[in-house]
Design a protein. Sequence first.
Length: 94
Amino acid sequence: MAPHDRTPPSDASGAPDASELVDFAVDLTSQEVLRRAQVMAALGPDWDPMEVLLGEEAAYDLLYSGLDAEQQRLYDDLVAAGVLPSRGDGRAAA
């Protein structure tokens, strides 16, 4: 952060004058660029977002597969209430 050219106004005793506001700004652009670069470096060159998304979809399909009648009813109620998104034909995977 670059120092300000202006010094805050002061009264006769040298104490800062509280009647005037001093401009204060922090530019976080460089820190955000660095943070994003570090996240991408941590993910590595082999990270494939489409593969991750497909893996998550497969996990949800497995999670909601093989439900008994009561579980299916509860699942349908949660979908109808908007708690869970509708998947496929509106039924949990068999």
